[in-house]
Design a protein around this ligand. Structure first.
Ligand SMILES: Cc1cc2nc3c(=O)[nH]c(=O)nc-3n(C[C@H](O)[C@H](O)[C@H](O)COP(=O)(O)O)c2cc1C
Length: 203
């Protein structure tokens, strides 16, 4: 069984619902899936870093604040530099998600930030893998991937409503698809990885 860790920050609970949906998707695909709060990983020397070290895949999730990841999530990113120096997450599967109040809200910038972060760690980024929804006369906000992202999962939560109302069900379903896809990618990667490691091409 592969293990998926979902590291997320959520200031007001909306992105947490998205993170929980990613976890549901990974569990449905047969993976072990744990939620880890970025708030608990702001120091390189304390917190549940072992949950990430033992994971085959790590999914990064942050609300979009000021067109970027939140300050707490960035603190976690910076705290991971000790893992980076040791190549601790090299070749793990990665993916990402974000939620914000506006339909766009510059969420793409956040996903790009997460993908670059994964690349710095030499991880293998897994895009969402869904066609864009709600982009034709037959579309609706109930479509999977209704915000039309490819790099990762996006969600939108109205600024004046709590996490009981947002993200809306289609965004949570989209997050579940990401979790399932990451779990399947991790399972395929870990089953093939042992064979690859036995036959190094370049020393
Ligand atoms: C400091 C701050 C900055 C924000 N910046 C953006 C933004 O750039 N784009 C956007 O669409 N929403 C922005 N929002 C709204 C949040 O993304 C939105 O309320 C989101 O649902 C919060 O998620 P959370 O409950 O997980 O913290 C911002 C909110 C805060 C508190």
């Amino acid at each position: 069984m592969s293990k998926v860790a979902i590291v997320y920050h959520s200031g007001y609970g909306h992105t947490q619902r998205q993170a929980e949906a990613v976890q549901e998707g990974a569990l449905a695909a047969g993976a072990e899936a744990v939620l880890v709060r970025a708030d608990d990983l702001t120091s390189p020397d304390a917190g549940p870093w072992a949950d990430l070290a033992s994971a085959d895949a790590i999914v990064f999730g942050s609300p979009t604040y000021m067109g970027a990841v939140s300050g707490v999530f960035k603190t976690f990113m910076d705290a991971s530099s000790k893992v980076w120096a040791a190549g601790g997450w090299k070749d793990k599967i990665a993916g990402g998600f974000t939620n914000s109040a506006s339909q766009s809200g510059d969420k793409l910038a956040t996903l790009q930030q997460l993908a670059i972060f994964a690349a710095q760690h030499a991880m293998i980024w897994t895009p969402l893998g869904l066609p864009a929804g709600n982009n034709s006369s037959k579309g609706s906000t109930n479509d999977l991937n209704r915000l039309g992202a490819f790099l990762g999962a996006m969600a939108q939560s109205n600024a004046d409503e709590g996490p009981d109302k947002g993200p809306i069900p289609s965004d949570l379903a989209t997050a579940r698809v990401l979790g399932e896809r990451i779990a399947r990618a991790a399972a395929r990667w870990t089953s093939g990885k042992a064979a690859l490691e036995r036959k190094p091409v370049y020393a």
